[in-house]
Design a protein. Structure first.
Lengths: 342, 342
């Protein structure tokens, strides 16, 4: 019980001193597992992201905050593309801005296959190029052509702007590429949107994509799900629903019920869904978002696979390109799409 | 951060009062998820098992403790067998005592298939009939003939007695039933042993079973694995490695290195393993034992599936026969074995 007493002490101190919230203290006294790659160990041992508990008060503050966080993410992208031999073009599909990422040596089998990528960021982060790291890694490691949707977001464009844009791109892609050659993937908000896209496609009578890879998907935007509590302060990326995350949920929902399946796909009817691969980590605040969706899919008879990384907080499988877990993850996605795309 | 402050307060109080260990306090202030079955909610909301922090000091104390815990487990078994229409016979195979469980309506396809069951209990609990609940549920729900191994355990019979007995039964079964018609399953220690059995079979040149279902398997008997720390005091079944569990590990190992693959199969060479299904829960102290093994199997190219139950502590999928999760779990196992057994 030594550990919990340490946590208690650290938490108590932080309460008494009214310094950083208790969650930070908890994460920092847990030992870092040594059975994962050195790169992942470094991510696990890191302090909680400095902005997790920011609470922008109005639209201007949100925009300033988003710019600030986004700039950091964008800096490393040109080098990453070069390192992985991935080229990028910008354009529009169905009126929506997109980026297309293409690997140097696109395998013959993937010439006419497309992966649609929906980025993460709580419907506020990831605008423009800043959310493209996952798309670049998938193109570079998985050797697929990736169409990345630069969808509209809060605060300017609340629900359903983001998913409207995603479905517009998907609908347009279908005109030239049959659904059985299209896979959809994304992480966090993008994982949730990948699932919502399938719900929307069903609702609109569109053919469903051949396969979905939903990484630690935001399947319940209300604070429902066990790991919102058990991994609060254990996850060093999101840290807590009660940081910027919950604010962003309400900002994007704009008064809509957070449990509407078009916001929280875990409440949707998933019958007839294509094969789905879900990914999370043992420390992930979204572990329950992931496993609840996985169980729901399996109950509905959908072939649904789950991978949970040891010691990993939210979405860390795409944060360090050099981690063996990153390579493993995108290779899993490659095999998954190879298996299910026509 | 309200929750962590509550935990901090509860932990602080328990430290100050030097009453029950902090782990108990932590588990009890976490809200119970309402998205799982009422039966599982009840298991989640329950106080930690009263004996989790017992520390028998010598062989006689261990035996008294084991008898005490075992009696409780055995009481409900006759009614469960009757309810599920499962008959039982006792016997010996290869000199090892076994129970055979047969469902009333054994499907034609399963007439000559056998599932070998290795029970849980930290190599100290589950002797005789007391460890048979999982075997009965699999026979009754999954409609398979189940051979349950009543293997020798600590303190009288330390390593390698238990796995020696398991391999003796398996070797004998092979004389009449080809390996492609044999599946192996078990939970906790029994999950670990199911994996060790495959390692032993490889080492001894025996054909491997057709499929393995390892429920929340004890794949690392040393205190290595992130959820030994993150889920300490969150899991209300095992609660902590530092309760009876760690003592039992050392008792059975009898001085052997706890990281020997024949004790901790996560360190073994799993190449060539048959398809494997692993199961855990978000609150499970053995979540890392489970996902580390899952990742290792997938890295080795073994078809390995993972199911993680929402809100579940260690092995609660076989504790209440009326929970929908129990039915789901054993139906998953049924489909899994149907798929991979000849």
């Amino acid at each position: 019980m030594k550990l919990n007493k340490q946590i208690a002490f650290a938490v108590l101190m932080s309460c008494l001193l009214t310094t950083p919230a208790s969650a930070q203290a908890a994460a920092q006294v847990l030992p870092t597992p040594h059975t994962v790659s050195p790169e992942l160990q470094q991510l696990i041992a890191a302090k909680p992201l400095p902005y997790w508990n920011d609470h922008p008060k109005n639209n201007n503050e949100w925009k300033a905050w988003v710019n600030n966080v986004g700039q950091e993410a964008t800096k490393r992208l040109p080098a990453l593309r070069e390192h992985l031999g991935v080229s990028v073009t910008q354009g529009k599909i169905g009126g929506v801005p997109i980026f297309t990422f293409t690997p140097q040596n696109l395998p013959q089998a993937n010439q006419d296959r497309i992966l649609l990528n929906l980025h993460g960021g709580g419907y506020v982060l990831g605008a423009g190029e800043s959310g493209t790291q996952e798309a670049v890694l998938m193109a570079g490691i998985g050797k697929y052509k990736v169409v990345y949707v630069d969808y509209r977001m809060a605060p300017n464009f609340p629900y359903p702007a983001a998913i409207d844009d995603a479905i517009s791109v998907y609908r347009e892609l279908l005109k030239k590429t049959p659904a059985e050659k299209i896979g959809v993937f994304g992480t966090s908000t993008g994982g949730g949107m990948s699932l919502i896209l399938a719900l929307r496609a069903k609702a609109e009578g569109l053919p469903l994509p051949a396969a979905i890879a939903a990484g630690t998907p935001w399947t319940d935007m209300s604070k429902t799900g066990d790991s919102y509590f058990t991994n609060e302060g254990v996850d060093n990326v999101l840290v807590s629903y009660d940081g910027w995350l919950g604010d962003a949920a309400r900002l994007y929902a704009g008064g809509h019920n957070l449990k509407d399946p078009m916001l929280s796909p875990v409440y949707g009817d998933v019958s007839g869904f294509p094969p789905t691969l879900l990914t999370s980590g043992t420390r992930d605040l979204f572990l329950s978002n992931t496993v609840r969706m996985h169980l729901k899919l399996r109950e509905a008879g959908v072939p649904a696979d789950l991978v949970v990384f040891e010691g990993m907080s939210h979405a860390q499988y795409h944060m360090n390109p050099n981690a063996s877990e990153t390579k493993f993850h995108f290779t899993e996605l490659e095999h998954f799409f190879n298996r299910y795309l026509h």
